[in-house]
Design a protein around this ligand. Structure first.
Ligand code: SF4
Length: 402
């Protein structure tokens, strides 16, 4: 159960990395020299523009998320300045969750101490695996020892809300290795874990690892092996007291990611930085989403020219937004308020949806409880198919978030 999803959040993307991982389709680059202050100033300019468009949210910002790229590479003074900018423009609510993604290769104790002093109160550490061969297959530059050291440094810096990212299904990984990874992660006692199966389809088809697999140069576990790994991961986490609150996310009680929960529940967020996507609702039940240039130089030049540095702005109709709410809400194990989602977008639950719902309920894939709808355990395994069967036109454009 999501104990508290932010009602309004701000996402800041930092695109620079120490090296490019071969499975990565994020807006990320390796730069000989990171333009720390220039990037800070560009983000501040964009945030000011977004604030004038959006206004100051009632209740302020309840989650601020620094994603990447590798934002733990950013000079902590620039992170501090960006937090101050967000506070000045939007107002940071008391108890705001301020998360920063950290790479074990850019995670020394002094850096974490400075980030904590700047206001960061949650770190999401990209461990991915504790097995050197698996890390090498994923192209990660850090060692298992560095991952453990990063966690210890975070604790020593006073961060009491830690999330670890694991990937299963990488080259050469067996189900037993996936299980050993999650057990090592549990032993470190993070409050939250994100465990994603490696994806080399859809948006990720163009990444280097996907091409190597297609050409037969690299082998990854097949779907059945990846499904077995998923099951082992779920079992181990449940036994250790982590609740699966979203398809791929697990938390100790009250430690669900507030920021990601706002995506899953269709709340609004402002986004700034290279490759970032923001979302705002509009009167009448629809909304719009904007996306910034993925290349840092293009982003910096556009922000410095003074305009909104975006390359896309899509209007979302009430019907499309309703479809998104269904698709994303069904990712949560507790589900979402289907009738409220219909009221806020298309006005009321479409009558013909009742027939589709009844069929899915009869198949044991979803459960209706009052006005809410959720997938069963089995339904979660077929989440996309379940959502698509429910939608009026049986098509869904997957939303880009963050
Ligand atoms: S560290 Fe993360 S963002 Fe950077 S290249 Fe690797 S996967 Fe992509």
């Amino acid at each position: 159960m999501v104990s508290f999803a932010s009602r309004f959040g701000v996402y800041v993307h930092f695109p620079y990395c120490l090296s490019k991982c071969p499975y990565c389709d994020f807006a990320s680059v390796v730069a000989a020299e990171v333009p720390h202050a220039r990037y800070r100033d560009a983000v501040a300019r964009e945030l000011a523009l977004r604030a004038s468009e959006h206004g100051r949210p009632a209740g302020g910002v309840e989650s601020l998320y620094f994603g990447g790229g590798t934002p733990s590479l950013w000079d902590p003074a620039c992170v501090a300045s960006t937090i101050e900018t967000v506070d000045r423009l939007f107002g940071i609510a008391p108890g705001c969750e301020i998360t920063l993604e950290a790479n074990p290769g850019a995670s020394d104790a002094a850096r974490f101490g400075a980030l904590r002093s700047a206001g960061v109160n949650r770190l999401s550490i990209g461990v991915q695996s504790f097995e050197p061969a698996i890390l090498a297959g994923l192209g990660r530059q850090h060692s298992p020892e560095e991952a453990v050291a990063a966690l210890r440094s975070a604790r020593a810096a006073g961060i009491d809300n830690l999330s670890l990212d694991l990937i299963f299904g990488g080259p050469g990984q067996t189900p037993a290795m996936a299980r050993a990874d999650v057990e090592r992660a549990i032993a470190l006692g993070p409050e939250h874990l994100s465990c994603y199966g490696l994806t080399l389809e859809g948006l990720a088809e163009e990444v280097r690892l996907a091409k190597d697999v297609k050409r037969g140069r690299v082998q990854v576990p097949d779907d059945a092996a990846q499904a077995e790994m998923g099951e082992l991961v779920r079992e181990a986490l449940a036994a250790a007291g982590y609740e699966r609150y979203e398809i791929s996310n697990y938390a100790k009680a009250g430690r669900e990611s507030r920021h990601n929960s706002l995506y899953w529940l269709g709340r609004e967020y402002v986004a700034a930085g290279c490759g970032a996507h923001g979302f705002r609702r509009t009167a009448g039940g629809g909304g719009y989403r904007y996306g910034n240039p993925r290349k840092p130089e293009a982003y910096l030049a556009a922000a410095e020219a003074g305009g909104a540095p975006e390359v896309e702005r899509d209007t979302i109709s009430p019907a499309e937004l309703f479809e998104e709410r269904i698709f994303l809400g069904l990712r949560l194990t507790a589900g979402f308020d289907l009738e409220a989602a219909a009221r806020e977008t298309v006005g009321a639950l479409p009558a013909e949806m009742e027939r589709r719902l009844a069929k899915l309920v009869a198949q044991g894939l979803v459960v209706r409880e009052g006005s809410s709808l959720r997938c069963t355990e089995r339904g979660l395994d077929y989440h996309t198919e379940v959502a698509v069967q429910l939608l009026p036109d049986e098509t869904v454009a997957l939303p880009v978030v963050g």
